[in-house]
Write a protein that binds this ligand. Structure first.
Ligand code: C5P
Length: 217
């Protein structure tokens, strides 16, 4: 049982996927973290994230420790992530890991919840439940500034907004696996919704699509 939640940065995917995974007892995969870890590894080695050879080497060498690197949530890591994410060969390396996670969720869980950009379109095109969260860039920038400040990082609204817009543009216009809703995804605009309302809308949709297949929480 696979649930995919895609959408641009700070649309509410992290919170929703954590709640869904907890509610149903499913495993959760933050696929953005994989791309961040690859980008961060390239930067740490003094390389350029747009350099295909460097990025592919980093993807192939990715280890569990890389997913715990302290700088991963920074805007620098996000920018590097969206650069390595535009390289087809990098996506190919990470696709294998994600498909395996879907086929055999860790801990013997009966399902998995994916958080990403292309998890409903490319990684798990047959997922039973597909959601696509979006929100206005201004609202997302406010949320992102708050998240960064909570992590103790400095964040200036105007700069975060500009970085989000640049990343959106890179993610939606790239040739491989561009950010877009799957045809069978429910699109939720979370601009005027809080996390409880988004969770309730997702649960409604899930129970309308898969009333018998889901474990009761
Ligand atoms: O979700 P997060 O902000 O951590 O993602 C960082 C970047 O990784 C995104 O801007 C996007 O370029 C890339 N990404 C992707 N496909 C995914 C998840 C993330 O291309 N499934």
């Amino acid at each position: 049982m696979i649930i995919t939640v895609d959408g641009p940065a700070a649309a509410g995917k992290g919170e929703l996927t954590q709640r869904l995974a907890k509610h149903f007892g499913f495993a959760r995969l933050d696929t953005g973290k994989l791309y961040r870890a690859v980008g961060w590894r390239v930067l740490a080695g003094g390389g350029d994230p747009e350099n295909e050879a460097a990025a592919v080497d980093a993807a192939k060498a990715l280890a569990a420790d890389d997913l715990e690197a302290p700088g991963l949530r920074s805007e620098e890591a996000a920018e590097a992530a969206s650069k390595v994410a535009a390289i087809q060969a990098v996506r190919g390396v990470l696709l294998e890991f994600q498909r395996h996670f879907a086929a055999a969720p860790p801990g013997g869980r009966k399902g998995a919840v994916f958080d990403g950009r292309d998890t409903g379109t490319v990684v798990c095109p047959d997922a039973m439940i597909k959601l696509f969260l979006t929100a206005s860039p201004e609202v997302r920038a406010i949320r992102r500034v708050k998240q960064l400040q909570e992590q103790g990082a400095e964040a200036i609204h105007g700069r975060v907004l500009q970085e989000l817009k640049e990343r959106d543009a890179r993610d939606t216009t790239r040739n491989v696996a561009p950010l877009k809703p799957a045809e069978d995804a429910l699109v939720i605009d979370t601009s005027d919704m809080d996390a409880d309302a988004v969770f309730a809308a997702a649960l409604d949709f899930i129970s309308s699509q898969a009333p018998d297949q889901l474990p009761k929480s």
